[in-house]
Design a protein around this ligand. Structure first.
Ligand SMILES: Cc1cc2nc3c(=O)[nH]c(=O)nc-3n(C[C@H](O)[C@H](O)[C@H](O)COP(=O)(O)OP(=O)(O)OC[C@H]3O[C@@H](n4cnc5c(N)ncnc54)[C@H](O)[C@@H]3O)c2cc1C
Ligand code: SF4
Ligand code: SF4
Ligand code: SF4
Length: 416
Protein backbone atom coordinates (compact mmCIF):
# COMPACT_ATOMS: atom_id res chain seq x y z
CA UNK A 1 0.00 0.00 0.00
CA UNK A 2 2.94 2.39 0.26
CA UNK A 3 4.71 4.91 -1.92
CA UNK A 4 7.02 2.69 -3.92
CA UNK A 5 4.17 1.62 -6.25
CA UNK A 6 3.92 3.22 -9.71
CA UNK A 7 1.83 6.15 -8.54
CA UNK A 8 1.83 8.98 -11.05
CA UNK A 9 -0.67 11.31 -9.44
CA UNK A 10 -3.38 11.77 -6.84
CA UNK A 11 -6.95 11.66 -8.05
CA UNK A 12 -8.11 15.09 -6.87
CA UNK A 13 -6.56 18.00 -4.97
CA UNK A 14 -5.23 16.55 -1.75
CA UNK A 15 -6.86 19.12 0.52
CA UNK A 16 -10.31 18.08 -0.77
CA UNK A 17 -9.83 14.32 -0.57
CA UNK A 18 -11.51 12.59 2.40
CA UNK A 19 -9.65 9.30 1.92
CA UNK A 20 -13.04 7.56 1.80
CA UNK A 21 -11.72 5.20 -0.92
CA UNK A 22 -14.95 5.04 -2.93
CA UNK A 23 -12.75 5.55 -6.03
CA UNK A 24 -10.49 2.65 -5.02
CA UNK A 25 -13.54 0.41 -4.68
CA UNK A 26 -15.09 1.37 -8.04
CA UNK A 27 -12.03 1.33 -10.33
CA UNK A 28 -12.50 -1.58 -12.77
CA UNK A 29 -8.84 -1.59 -13.86
CA UNK A 30 -7.08 -1.84 -10.52
CA UNK A 31 -5.38 1.45 -11.39
CA UNK A 32 -5.86 2.98 -7.94
CA UNK A 33 -3.68 2.16 -5.00
CA UNK A 34 -3.80 3.40 -1.41
CA UNK A 35 -0.71 5.45 -0.63
CA UNK A 36 0.46 7.53 2.31
CA UNK A 37 1.56 11.15 2.04
CA UNK A 38 4.37 12.79 4.02
CA UNK A 39 2.01 13.38 6.98
CA UNK A 40 1.02 9.71 7.04
CA UNK A 41 -2.54 10.20 5.71
CA UNK A 42 -3.95 7.79 3.14
CA UNK A 43 -4.81 8.86 -0.40
CA UNK A 44 -5.81 7.15 -3.63
CA UNK A 45 -2.93 7.27 -6.10
CA UNK A 46 -3.44 6.54 -9.81
CA UNK A 47 -1.14 4.36 -11.84
CA UNK A 48 -1.55 6.09 -15.23
CA UNK A 49 -0.23 3.03 -17.05
CA UNK A 50 -3.22 0.98 -15.88
CA UNK A 51 -5.84 3.75 -16.05
CA UNK A 52 -8.21 3.58 -19.05
CA UNK A 53 -9.72 7.01 -18.37
CA UNK A 54 -13.18 5.52 -17.92
CA UNK A 55 -14.02 8.35 -15.47
CA UNK A 56 -15.91 6.17 -12.98
CA UNK A 57 -13.79 7.32 -10.04
CA UNK A 58 -14.49 10.99 -10.78
CA UNK A 59 -18.22 10.35 -11.22
CA UNK A 60 -18.61 8.75 -7.80
CA UNK A 61 -16.15 10.82 -5.75
CA UNK A 62 -18.27 12.41 -2.97
CA UNK A 63 -15.94 15.38 -2.80
CA UNK A 64 -16.59 16.22 -6.46
CA UNK A 65 -20.27 15.25 -6.46
CA UNK A 66 -21.98 16.55 -3.34
CA UNK A 67 -25.47 15.49 -4.42
CA UNK A 68 -25.89 11.82 -5.23
CA UNK A 69 -29.36 10.51 -4.36
CA UNK A 70 -31.96 11.45 -1.77
CA UNK A 71 -33.00 8.85 0.74
CA UNK A 72 -36.72 8.15 0.65
CA UNK A 73 -37.20 7.06 4.28
CA UNK A 74 -36.09 10.26 6.07
CA UNK A 75 -38.21 11.04 9.12
CA UNK A 76 -39.68 14.49 9.08
CA UNK A 77 -38.52 15.28 12.59
CA UNK A 78 -35.34 13.60 13.75
CA UNK A 79 -35.64 11.68 17.02
CA UNK A 80 -33.12 12.19 19.81
CA UNK A 81 -32.34 9.85 22.69
CA UNK A 82 -29.86 9.11 25.39
CA UNK A 83 -29.21 5.40 25.58
CA UNK A 84 -27.28 2.67 27.35
CA UNK A 85 -26.70 -0.99 26.63
CA UNK A 86 -28.39 -2.93 29.44
CA UNK A 87 -25.40 -5.31 29.52
CA UNK A 88 -23.03 -3.43 31.85
CA UNK A 89 -19.98 -5.39 30.66
CA UNK A 90 -20.58 -4.36 27.04
CA UNK A 91 -21.06 -0.76 28.18
CA UNK A 92 -17.80 -0.74 30.13
CA UNK A 93 -15.89 -2.23 27.18
CA UNK A 94 -17.36 0.31 24.74
CA UNK A 95 -16.42 3.96 24.38
CA UNK A 96 -19.78 5.46 25.28
CA UNK A 97 -22.96 3.53 26.13
CA UNK A 98 -22.35 0.43 24.00
CA UNK A 99 -25.17 1.20 21.55
CA UNK A 100 -23.06 0.15 18.59
CA UNK A 101 -22.76 -3.31 20.26
CA UNK A 102 -26.55 -3.54 20.52
CA UNK A 103 -27.02 -2.56 16.87
CA UNK A 104 -24.42 -5.13 15.82
CA UNK A 105 -26.34 -7.79 17.77
CA UNK A 106 -29.57 -6.76 16.05
CA UNK A 107 -27.97 -7.13 12.63
CA UNK A 108 -26.49 -10.56 13.40
CA UNK A 109 -29.92 -11.74 14.62
CA UNK A 110 -31.28 -10.88 11.16
CA UNK A 111 -28.62 -13.15 9.65
CA UNK A 112 -26.67 -10.07 8.64
CA UNK A 113 -23.09 -8.88 8.38
CA UNK A 114 -21.53 -6.08 10.46
CA UNK A 115 -18.79 -3.75 9.18
CA UNK A 116 -16.67 -1.60 11.47
CA UNK A 117 -13.16 -0.36 12.28
CA UNK A 118 -10.71 -2.50 14.23
CA UNK A 119 -7.06 -2.59 15.22
CA UNK A 120 -5.45 -5.49 13.37
CA UNK A 121 -2.46 -7.64 14.49
CA UNK A 122 -0.06 -4.89 13.43
CA UNK A 123 -2.12 -2.27 15.32
CA UNK A 124 -3.25 -0.65 12.04
CA UNK A 125 -6.82 0.70 11.96
CA UNK A 126 -8.74 -1.02 9.16
CA UNK A 127 -12.33 -1.79 8.26
CA UNK A 128 -13.47 -5.39 8.30
CA UNK A 129 -16.66 -7.41 8.76
CA UNK A 130 -18.08 -9.93 11.24
CA UNK A 131 -20.84 -12.52 11.03
CA UNK A 132 -21.20 -13.53 14.69
CA UNK A 133 -21.98 -11.53 17.83
CA UNK A 134 -18.68 -12.64 19.37
CA UNK A 135 -16.66 -11.54 16.33
CA UNK A 136 -18.29 -8.07 16.46
CA UNK A 137 -16.39 -7.42 19.71
CA UNK A 138 -13.33 -6.60 17.61
CA UNK A 139 -14.99 -3.34 16.51
CA UNK A 140 -15.58 -2.03 20.03
CA UNK A 141 -14.08 1.29 21.02
CA UNK A 142 -13.22 4.50 19.19
CA UNK A 143 -9.87 4.69 17.44
CA UNK A 144 -8.98 8.30 16.75
CA UNK A 145 -7.01 7.35 13.64
CA UNK A 146 -8.29 7.17 10.09
CA UNK A 147 -9.43 3.68 9.24
CA UNK A 148 -8.46 2.20 5.89
CA UNK A 149 -11.74 0.90 4.43
CA UNK A 150 -9.95 -1.22 1.80
CA UNK A 151 -12.52 -2.96 -0.40
CA UNK A 152 -15.28 -2.86 2.25
CA UNK A 153 -17.80 -1.03 0.02
CA UNK A 154 -17.50 -3.70 -2.65
CA UNK A 155 -18.04 -6.40 0.00
CA UNK A 156 -21.07 -4.51 1.39
CA UNK A 157 -22.59 -4.50 -2.10
CA UNK A 158 -21.95 -8.23 -2.53
CA UNK A 159 -23.67 -9.05 0.76
CA UNK A 160 -26.64 -6.80 -0.09
CA UNK A 161 -26.95 -8.47 -3.48
CA UNK A 162 -27.14 -11.79 -1.61
CA UNK A 163 -30.16 -10.24 0.16
CA UNK A 164 -28.43 -10.11 3.54
CA UNK A 165 -28.75 -7.39 6.12
CA UNK A 166 -25.67 -5.19 6.48
CA UNK A 167 -24.76 -2.80 9.29
CA UNK A 168 -21.99 -0.41 8.26
CA UNK A 169 -20.40 1.86 10.85
CA UNK A 170 -17.82 4.54 10.24
CA UNK A 171 -17.07 8.24 10.14
CA UNK A 172 -19.56 10.45 8.26
CA UNK A 173 -17.16 10.77 5.29
CA UNK A 174 -16.95 6.98 5.04
CA UNK A 175 -20.76 6.72 5.05
CA UNK A 176 -20.73 9.29 2.21
CA UNK A 177 -18.14 7.17 0.37
CA UNK A 178 -20.28 4.05 0.79
CA UNK A 179 -23.45 5.71 -0.52
CA UNK A 180 -21.57 7.25 -3.45
CA UNK A 181 -20.20 3.84 -4.32
CA UNK A 182 -23.58 2.07 -4.01
CA UNK A 183 -25.44 4.82 -5.89
CA UNK A 184 -28.82 3.69 -4.54
CA UNK A 185 -30.71 2.75 -1.39
CA UNK A 186 -31.00 -0.77 -0.04
CA UNK A 187 -33.76 -1.75 2.39
CA UNK A 188 -31.45 -4.10 4.26
CA UNK A 189 -28.61 -1.63 4.75
CA UNK A 190 -28.35 0.12 8.11
CA UNK A 191 -25.70 2.83 8.41
CA UNK A 192 -24.35 4.28 11.66
CA UNK A 193 -21.95 7.18 11.93
CA UNK A 194 -20.42 9.09 14.83
CA UNK A 195 -20.21 12.72 15.76
CA UNK A 196 -16.70 13.20 14.50
CA UNK A 197 -14.30 15.91 15.62
CA UNK A 198 -11.57 14.76 13.21
CA UNK A 199 -9.03 12.06 12.61
CA UNK A 200 -5.29 11.55 13.04
CA UNK A 201 -3.10 9.96 10.39
CA UNK A 202 -2.15 6.26 10.39
CA UNK A 203 1.49 7.37 10.01
CA UNK A 204 1.43 9.49 13.19
CA UNK A 205 -0.20 6.59 15.06
CA UNK A 206 2.53 4.16 13.89
CA UNK A 207 5.14 6.68 15.00
CA UNK A 208 3.45 6.99 18.43
CA UNK A 209 3.35 3.20 18.83
CA UNK A 210 7.05 2.99 17.97
CA UNK A 211 7.74 5.67 20.61
CA UNK A 212 5.79 3.65 23.18
CA UNK A 213 7.44 0.37 22.15
CA UNK A 214 10.89 1.91 22.61
CA UNK A 215 10.00 3.70 25.85
CA UNK A 216 8.21 0.75 27.44
CA UNK A 217 10.70 -1.78 25.98
CA UNK A 218 7.89 -4.29 25.40
CA UNK A 219 5.99 -5.75 22.45
CA UNK A 220 2.61 -4.07 22.09
CA UNK A 221 -0.27 -6.47 21.60
CA UNK A 222 -3.33 -4.31 22.30
CA UNK A 223 -4.17 -0.63 22.46
CA UNK A 224 -7.36 0.98 23.75
CA UNK A 225 -7.92 4.69 23.22
CA UNK A 226 -10.57 5.24 25.89
CA UNK A 227 -10.49 2.59 28.56
CA UNK A 228 -12.82 3.22 31.51
CA UNK A 229 -10.55 2.02 34.34
CA UNK A 230 -11.04 5.36 36.14
CA UNK A 231 -14.65 5.73 34.97
CA UNK A 232 -16.35 7.12 31.86
CA UNK A 233 -15.56 10.73 32.66
CA UNK A 234 -11.83 10.12 32.89
CA UNK A 235 -10.95 7.55 30.23
CA UNK A 236 -7.39 6.45 29.48
CA UNK A 237 -5.17 5.37 26.64
CA UNK A 238 -4.02 1.89 27.63
CA UNK A 239 -1.36 -0.36 26.13
CA UNK A 240 -1.08 -4.10 26.73
CA UNK A 241 1.76 -6.54 26.24
CA UNK A 242 0.21 -10.00 26.04
CA UNK A 243 -2.53 -9.69 28.65
CA UNK A 244 -0.73 -7.31 30.95
CA UNK A 245 -1.47 -3.58 30.99
CA UNK A 246 1.88 -1.80 30.70
CA UNK A 247 0.68 1.77 30.24
CA UNK A 248 -2.39 3.83 31.22
CA UNK A 249 -2.58 7.60 30.90
CA UNK A 250 -5.46 10.06 30.68
CA UNK A 251 -5.99 12.76 28.02
CA UNK A 252 -3.97 15.34 29.98
CA UNK A 253 -0.86 13.09 29.88
CA UNK A 254 -0.86 10.76 26.88
CA UNK A 255 0.84 12.27 23.83
CA UNK A 256 -1.51 10.89 21.20
CA UNK A 257 -4.67 11.92 23.06
CA UNK A 258 -3.20 15.37 23.72
CA UNK A 259 -2.39 15.67 20.02
CA UNK A 260 -5.91 14.56 19.07
CA UNK A 261 -7.71 16.94 21.41
CA UNK A 262 -5.45 19.84 20.41
CA UNK A 263 -7.10 19.54 17.00
CA UNK A 264 -3.92 20.45 15.10
CA UNK A 265 -2.96 17.30 13.20
CA UNK A 266 -6.25 16.22 11.59
CA UNK A 267 -6.71 15.39 7.94
CA UNK A 268 -7.10 18.64 6.00
CA UNK A 269 -10.75 17.85 5.09
CA UNK A 270 -11.61 17.71 8.81
CA UNK A 271 -11.17 21.51 8.93
CA UNK A 272 -13.81 22.08 6.22
CA UNK A 273 -15.83 18.90 6.53
CA UNK A 274 -19.07 18.88 4.56
CA UNK A 275 -20.36 15.85 6.50
CA UNK A 276 -20.23 17.42 9.92
CA UNK A 277 -23.88 18.47 9.96
CA UNK A 278 -27.09 17.72 11.77
CA UNK A 279 -28.95 16.18 8.83
CA UNK A 280 -27.07 13.13 7.70
CA UNK A 281 -27.46 10.37 5.19
CA UNK A 282 -26.87 7.68 7.82
CA UNK A 283 -29.75 6.02 9.68
CA UNK A 284 -28.31 6.75 13.11
CA UNK A 285 -25.65 8.99 14.63
CA UNK A 286 -23.96 8.03 17.91
CA UNK A 287 -21.89 10.13 20.25
CA UNK A 288 -20.91 10.69 23.86
CA UNK A 289 -23.18 11.88 26.64
CA UNK A 290 -21.04 13.05 29.56
CA UNK A 291 -23.66 15.18 31.28
CA UNK A 292 -26.23 12.39 31.69
CA UNK A 293 -27.52 14.03 34.86
CA UNK A 294 -28.94 16.86 32.72
CA UNK A 295 -31.33 14.40 31.10
CA UNK A 296 -31.91 11.52 33.46
CA UNK A 297 -30.24 11.35 36.86
CA UNK A 298 -30.90 7.61 37.25
CA UNK A 299 -28.69 6.84 34.26
CA UNK A 300 -25.73 8.76 35.67
CA UNK A 301 -23.51 5.89 36.87
CA UNK A 302 -20.19 6.86 35.19
CA UNK A 303 -20.15 3.67 33.08
CA UNK A 304 -20.97 5.33 29.75
CA UNK A 305 -23.93 6.74 27.85
CA UNK A 306 -24.64 7.44 24.18
CA UNK A 307 -26.48 10.23 22.57
CA UNK A 308 -28.39 8.88 19.58
CA UNK A 309 -29.95 10.75 16.68
CA UNK A 310 -32.28 8.85 14.35
CA UNK A 311 -32.45 10.25 10.82
CA UNK A 312 -34.55 7.57 9.13
CA UNK A 313 -37.65 5.48 9.76
CA UNK A 314 -35.43 2.38 9.67
CA UNK A 315 -33.00 3.79 12.24
CA UNK A 316 -35.80 4.81 14.59
CA UNK A 317 -37.50 1.41 14.25
CA UNK A 318 -34.35 -0.56 15.05
CA UNK A 319 -33.39 1.56 18.06
CA UNK A 320 -36.92 1.40 19.49
CA UNK A 321 -37.10 -2.38 18.87
CA UNK A 322 -33.88 -2.82 20.87
CA UNK A 323 -35.45 -0.85 23.73
CA UNK A 324 -38.65 -2.93 23.61
CA UNK A 325 -36.54 -6.09 23.86
CA UNK A 326 -34.69 -4.56 26.82
CA UNK A 327 -31.30 -4.76 25.05
CA UNK A 328 -30.91 -1.03 25.61
CA UNK A 329 -32.37 1.61 27.93
CA UNK A 330 -33.70 4.50 25.91
CA UNK A 331 -34.80 7.94 27.00
CA UNK A 332 -36.22 10.35 24.45
CA UNK A 333 -34.85 13.90 24.53
CA UNK A 334 -35.78 16.92 22.37
CA UNK A 335 -33.25 17.09 19.52
CA UNK A 336 -32.35 20.73 20.13
CA UNK A 337 -31.45 19.94 23.72
CA UNK A 338 -29.54 16.82 22.72
CA UNK A 339 -27.27 18.57 20.24
CA UNK A 340 -26.84 21.87 22.07
CA UNK A 341 -23.88 20.54 24.10
CA UNK A 342 -21.90 19.23 21.13
CA UNK A 343 -22.38 21.80 18.44
CA UNK A 344 -18.66 22.02 17.83
CA UNK A 345 -18.37 18.40 16.70
CA UNK A 346 -21.87 17.93 15.35
CA UNK A 347 -21.96 20.64 12.73
CA UNK A 348 -19.45 23.43 13.31
CA UNK A 349 -16.05 23.51 11.65
CA UNK A 350 -13.29 23.09 14.21
CA UNK A 351 -10.70 25.62 13.02
CA UNK A 352 -7.01 24.82 12.80
CA UNK A 353 -5.77 27.23 15.44
CA UNK A 354 -2.05 26.49 15.49
CA UNK A 355 -0.84 26.06 11.92
CA UNK A 356 2.70 26.82 12.96
CA UNK A 357 2.82 23.93 15.46
CA UNK A 358 1.38 21.58 12.84
CA UNK A 359 4.06 22.56 10.33
CA UNK A 360 6.84 22.15 12.92
CA UNK A 361 5.46 18.82 14.11
CA UNK A 362 5.28 17.30 10.63
CA UNK A 363 8.72 18.70 9.74
CA UNK A 364 10.14 16.89 12.79
CA UNK A 365 7.95 13.83 12.18
CA UNK A 366 9.93 13.20 8.99
CA UNK A 367 13.31 13.74 10.66
CA UNK A 368 13.37 12.97 14.36
CA UNK A 369 13.27 9.60 16.08
CA UNK A 370 9.83 8.76 17.56
CA UNK A 371 11.19 9.20 21.11
CA UNK A 372 12.61 12.65 20.32
CA UNK A 373 9.43 13.69 18.52
CA UNK A 374 6.94 12.79 21.27
CA UNK A 375 9.18 14.02 24.10
CA UNK A 376 9.65 17.34 22.32
CA UNK A 377 5.98 18.02 21.55
CA UNK A 378 4.24 16.21 24.43
CA UNK A 379 6.68 16.01 27.35
CA UNK A 380 5.60 14.68 30.72
CA UNK A 381 6.31 18.08 32.27
CA UNK A 382 5.70 19.13 35.84
CA UNK A 383 2.48 20.86 34.77
CA UNK A 384 1.21 17.65 33.15
CA UNK A 385 2.20 15.59 36.18
CA UNK A 386 0.32 18.01 38.45
CA UNK A 387 -2.81 17.80 36.30
CA UNK A 388 -2.62 14.00 36.37
CA UNK A 389 -2.17 13.84 40.13
CA UNK A 390 -5.03 16.27 40.72
CA UNK A 391 -7.40 14.25 38.56
CA UNK A 392 -6.44 10.99 40.24
CA UNK A 393 -6.79 12.53 43.68
CA UNK A 394 -10.27 13.86 42.84
CA UNK A 395 -11.23 10.39 41.60
CA UNK A 396 -9.83 8.76 44.73
CA UNK A 397 -11.90 10.95 47.04
CA UNK A 398 -14.94 10.53 44.78
CA UNK A 399 -15.52 14.12 43.67
CA UNK A 400 -14.04 14.13 40.14
CA UNK A 401 -17.47 14.23 38.47
CA UNK A 402 -18.61 17.13 40.65
CA UNK A 403 -15.39 19.06 40.02
CA UNK A 404 -15.77 18.53 36.29
CA UNK A 405 -19.34 19.70 36.33
CA UNK A 406 -18.39 22.85 38.21
CA UNK A 407 -15.47 23.49 35.83
CA UNK A 408 -17.64 22.99 32.74
CA UNK A 409 -20.63 24.81 34.22
CA UNK A 410 -22.69 22.10 32.47
CA UNK A 411 -21.70 23.77 29.23
CA UNK A 412 -18.98 22.78 26.76
CA UNK A 413 -18.41 19.05 26.71
CA UNK A 414 -15.44 17.76 24.81
CA UNK A 415 -14.53 14.11 24.26
CA UNK A 416 -12.28 14.04 27.26
C1 LIG B 1 -12.77 9.34 14.94
C2 LIG B 1 -13.85 9.52 15.94
C3 LIG B 1 -14.12 10.78 16.44
C4 LIG B 1 -15.13 10.98 17.39
N1 LIG B 1 -15.38 12.24 17.88
C5 LIG B 1 -16.35 12.42 18.81
C6 LIG B 1 -16.60 13.73 19.37
O1 LIG B 1 -15.94 14.69 19.02
N2 LIG B 1 -17.59 13.87 20.29
C7 LIG B 1 -18.35 12.81 20.69
O2 LIG B 1 -19.24 13.00 21.54
N3 LIG B 1 -18.16 11.55 20.17
C8 LIG B 1 -17.17 11.35 19.24
N4 LIG B 1 -16.96 10.09 18.72
C9 LIG B 1 -17.94 9.03 19.02
C10 LIG B 1 -17.69 8.26 20.29
O3 LIG B 1 -16.30 8.22 20.59
C11 LIG B 1 -18.20 6.81 20.17
O4 LIG B 1 -17.59 6.17 19.07
C12 LIG B 1 -19.68 6.70 19.92
O5 LIG B 1 -20.37 7.37 20.93
C13 LIG B 1 -20.11 5.24 19.85
O6 LIG B 1 -19.91 4.65 21.08
P1 LIG B 1 -20.47 3.18 21.44
O7 LIG B 1 -20.17 2.96 22.88
O8 LIG B 1 -21.86 3.03 20.99
O9 LIG B 1 -19.64 2.24 20.46
P2 LIG B 1 -18.23 1.53 20.53
O10 LIG B 1 -18.36 0.14 20.98
O11 LIG B 1 -17.27 2.37 21.20
O12 LIG B 1 -17.93 1.36 18.96
C14 LIG B 1 -17.30 2.29 18.22
C15 LIG B 1 -17.83 2.27 16.80
O13 LIG B 1 -17.12 3.26 16.09
C16 LIG B 1 -16.48 2.71 14.95
N5 LIG B 1 -15.13 3.28 14.88
C17 LIG B 1 -14.19 3.26 15.84
N6 LIG B 1 -13.08 3.87 15.42
C18 LIG B 1 -13.31 4.24 14.13
C19 LIG B 1 -12.53 4.86 13.13
N7 LIG B 1 -11.29 5.24 13.34
N8 LIG B 1 -13.10 5.07 11.93
C20 LIG B 1 -14.36 4.70 11.68
N9 LIG B 1 -15.15 4.09 12.59
C21 LIG B 1 -14.63 3.87 13.80
C22 LIG B 1 -16.42 1.20 15.16
O14 LIG B 1 -16.56 0.57 13.92
C23 LIG B 1 -17.61 0.96 16.05
O15 LIG B 1 -18.72 0.82 15.25
C24 LIG B 1 -15.92 9.87 17.80
C25 LIG B 1 -15.65 8.58 17.29
C26 LIG B 1 -14.63 8.41 16.36
C27 LIG B 1 -14.37 7.03 15.81
S1 SF4 C 1 -10.53 6.72 -14.68
FE1 SF4 C 1 -11.34 4.60 -14.56
S2 SF4 C 1 -9.54 3.28 -14.82
FE2 SF4 C 1 -8.76 5.32 -14.38
S3 SF4 C 1 -8.45 5.31 -12.18
FE3 SF4 C 1 -10.51 6.14 -12.54
S4 SF4 C 1 -11.86 4.38 -12.41
FE4 SF4 C 1 -9.78 3.59 -12.63
S1 SF4 D 1 -13.56 9.07 -3.79
FE1 SF4 D 1 -12.89 9.58 -1.69
S2 SF4 D 1 -10.75 8.88 -1.61
FE2 SF4 D 1 -11.32 8.97 -3.79
S3 SF4 D 1 -10.65 11.00 -4.44
FE3 SF4 D 1 -12.79 11.18 -3.84
S4 SF4 D 1 -12.72 11.82 -1.67
FE4 SF4 D 1 -10.68 11.04 -2.20
S1 SF4 E 1 -14.23 15.38 10.49
FE1 SF4 E 1 -15.19 14.95 8.52
S2 SF4 E 1 -13.48 14.56 7.12
FE2 SF4 E 1 -12.69 14.37 9.20
S3 SF4 E 1 -12.85 12.15 9.60
FE3 SF4 E 1 -14.68 13.16 10.45
S4 SF4 E 1 -16.21 12.99 8.81
FE4 SF4 E 1 -14.21 12.59 7.89
Amino acid sequence: MMMEKRINSYLIRKENCYGCMACYNICPSGAIDIVEDEEGFIFPGIDRKKCTNCGMCYRICPSLNREDFDRSDRIEEQKGYIAQNTDTNIRIMSTSGGIFGALAMWCIWQGGVVFGALLDDKQSVVHSFAETVKDCEKFRGSKYVQSNVGKSYELVKNFLQQDRYVLFSGTPCQIAGLFSFLGREYDKLLTVDVVCRGILSPGVFRNYLEFQRQSLKKTITRVQFREKRWGYKYTAMTIYSDRKCIYARGPESDGLLRAFFENIYNRSTCYHCQYREQNRKSDLTLWDCFNVNLYNKKMDDDKGTNKVLAHSIKGKKVIEELAQKNIISLYEVPVTKLISENTESMYEDLPLTNTEKRIRFFYDYARKTPIDLWRKYYPDSLKVKMKRLTRKFLIMIGIYQIARRIKNGHAVVKGK
